[in-house]
Design a protein around this ligand. Structure first.
Ligand code: MN
Length: 197
């Protein structure tokens, strides 16, 4: 059974298409008009081993905010759709990824309940190209709200803004991959005592 999600989301501010295959090979085709964000979504697909297509046409004449946020919302919705009934998966995942001087620690529970805990260095440079670094938390909030997952992302230390953000996306990719992966010991079993996820 294939685990794919497809979401089209159109407002007066943006038009977004996201397609994701959780059992892919890291084949990524991403275009949002925000270079650094494309680079981050590329990390997500590559290190999550998701096949990921993202096409966003947003109101970049204003700024990159709506484009980034709405893409994250659609990505979360597509991820949730692709997870389906969650039978036979690990459910929990975590990964710690260094990027030179920066470190990201990510833990996820595909719980059905949205919750984000996020910490990163306060003195991070405000912009990376056209990417406003305060959007990282906003992306995670948006993804969590739609994917309905509990997500804890911590960067205990780091200096370079590019590294600080990129290690978060790499660790997120791996944590999501491990959580969504099929557990060979749990075929046909829903990983919850509640009977629903
Ligand atoms: Mn916003």
């Amino acid at each position: 059974m294939s685990r794919v999600g497809r979401v089209e989301r159109t407002t007066k501010e943006t038009s977004v298409l996201v397609e994701i295959d959780l059992d892919g090979t890291g084949r990524v085709d991403v275009s949002t008009g925000v270079g650094f964000y494309d680079h981050m979504l590329d990390q997500l697909g590559r290190h999550g081993l998701f096949d990921l297509k993202v096409k966003t046409d947003g109101d970049l004449h204003i700024d990159t905010h709506h484009t980034i946020e709405d893409t994250a919302l659609a990505l979360g919705a597509a991820f949730r759709q692709a997870l389906g009934d969650k039978v036979g998966i690990y459910r929990f995942g975590n990964c710690t990824v260094p990027l030179d001087e920066s470190l990201a620690q990510v833990t996820v529970d595909l719980s059905g309940r949205p919750y984000l805990v996020h910490t990163e260095p306060e003195n991070i440079a405000p912009m990376i190209g056209t990417y406003d670094t305060t959007m990282t938390r906003h992306i995670l909030e948006s993804f969590v709200a739609q994917a309905q997952v509990a997500l804890h992302v911590h960067v205990p230390y780091g200096r370079n803004a590019h590294h600080i953000v990129e290690c978060q996306f790499k660790a997120l990719a791996r944590a999501l991959r491990y959580a969504a992966e099929r557990d060979p010991r749990a075929a046909g079993i829903l990983p919850s005592t509640k009977g629903a996820l």
